[in-house]
Design a protein around this ligand. Structure first.
Ligand SMILES: NC(=O)c1ccc[n+]([C@@H]2O[C@H](COP(=O)([O-])OP(=O)(O)OC[C@H]3O[C@@H](n4cnc5c(N)ncnc54)[C@H](OP(=O)(O)O)[C@@H]3O)[C@@H](O)[C@H]2O)c1
Length: 328
């Protein structure tokens, strides 16, 4: 039986995507077939599907770095037909066919049974963005990020990872400073629990290697000059989780914050997070890390057939919060 998929092709270095009809046998190999209920559009999906970033390692390939749906068939006894599951990262949408399709086929080791407290739509409202925000907080807390160290700055705050990070931190009782370039979303970010919402200019950051300590830590989606300045303003033993590069992949800093204040910069890589930790974090997202404003962060639900304009919208900064894709 054929199904619809958003398939990315590369002909003579021209990367593009189209909705195509496929059969399960055409998909990259795997031992679990999943009827995809929901996927989402992350910044990485937008880069990959439009070719603005070199994300896909092979072509043609179905886009989508995350999915949630129901098992249709499984070669593994511990997954039963009809069971709800999710997959994020692990190379789907990069080297294996991804979630922006009505059906997917993946390796058993990528599959996470749907955590209690989540369903397919809520799981994809979180998606890779929510998983990554939670992984960032997990790494910071493992490195003793207490509330007493001071407020946590979230950059790129109105985006997917940013808005989820704001609500996650606030739900956990941290003081949050949301940094956003778009004044029209300040109220939205306050509703998610930001104590302060500011522009980069409002932050009035200095450019010296070590500046006055003002922040307990940072969840950074932006990179570049902003990240470098925030590192210099981080309090004693604070943690900076480096997630994204929405402005720049560059980082021009000095060792002073690290050797004089014990500041740590923590890498966050959702794609290759080890499976036991990935499963633990997803289970926590349905439990003690549950967000109290997830519904407000879902700013649109788009049918799979209309996914294409969402890619360019995200890259052109015309979206906020999270867009879930209804694949059926
Ligand atoms: N490490 C990982 O595993 C991982 C996982 C997921 C995402 N990421 C990365 O994290 C970043 C955010 O992803 P996302 O899915 O949340 O994307 P998104 O929804 O497009 O959000 C990105 C946000 O960054 C801000 N921004 C965009 N361009 C900017 C610029 N030139 N300068 C400063 N700020 C800018 C905007 O927020 P405001 O308008 O509010 O300023 C935008 O909403 C991306 O770089 C993505 O590749 C990494």
């Amino acid at each position: 039986m054929s199904f619809l998929a958003c398939r990315v092709t590369n002909e003579n270095d021209q990367v593009t995507h189209n909705l195509v009809e496929m059969n399960v046998d055409d998909l990259t190999e795997g031992d679990v077939v999943i009827k995809v209920h929901y996927s989402s559009v992350n910044y990485k999906d937008a880069l990959g599907a439009t070719g603005r970033g070199k994300i896909l390692k092979t072509f043609p390939l179905n886009a989508g770095i995350d999915l949630a749906g129901e098992v249709v068939s499984s070669e593994s006894d511990d997954l039963k037909p009809g069971q709800l599951v999710l997959v994020n990262g692990c190379g789907i949408g990069e080297q294996f066919d991804g979630g922006l399709a009505q059906m997917a086929r993946v390796k058993r080791e990528f599959v996470i049974p749907m955590p209690e407290g989540l369903d397919a739509r809520r799981a994809m409202a979180l998606g890779t963005a929510g998983f990554t925000a939670a992984l960032a907080l997990h790494r910071m807390q493992e490195n003793n990020q207490t509330k007493e160290k001071g407020p946590i700055v979230v950059t790129g705050a109105s985006g997917g990872v940013g808005s989820l990070a704001v609500n996650l931190l606030s739900s956990q009782g941290y003081e949050v400073i949301a940094v956003s370039g778009r004044k029209e979303y300040y109220d939205f970010l306050k509703q998610l629990g930001a104590n302060e919402v500011v522009s980069i200019d409002d932050l009035n950051l200095g450019g010296k290697p070590l500046e006055k300590g003002r922040f307990g830590g940072v969840i950074d989606n932006v990179g570049g000059e902003l990240l470098a300045k925030l590192i210099a303003h981080t309090n004693l033993w604070g943690n900076i989780a480096s997630i994204g590069l929405a402005d720049s992949h560059k980082l021009d800093t000095t060792v002073f914050p690290f050797i004089l204040r014990g500041v740590s910069i923590l890498g966050v890589s959702s794609t290759n997070c080890p499976m036991p930790l990935r499963t633990e974090i997803w289970n926590r997202l349905g439990g003690d890390l549950k967000l109290n404003a997830l519904d407000s962060i879902i700013t649109d639900e788009v049918p799979l057939k209309d996914v294409s304009p969402v890619f360019t919208d995200i890259l052109d900064r015309k979206r906020y919060g999270r867009v879930v894709i209804n694949c059926q």
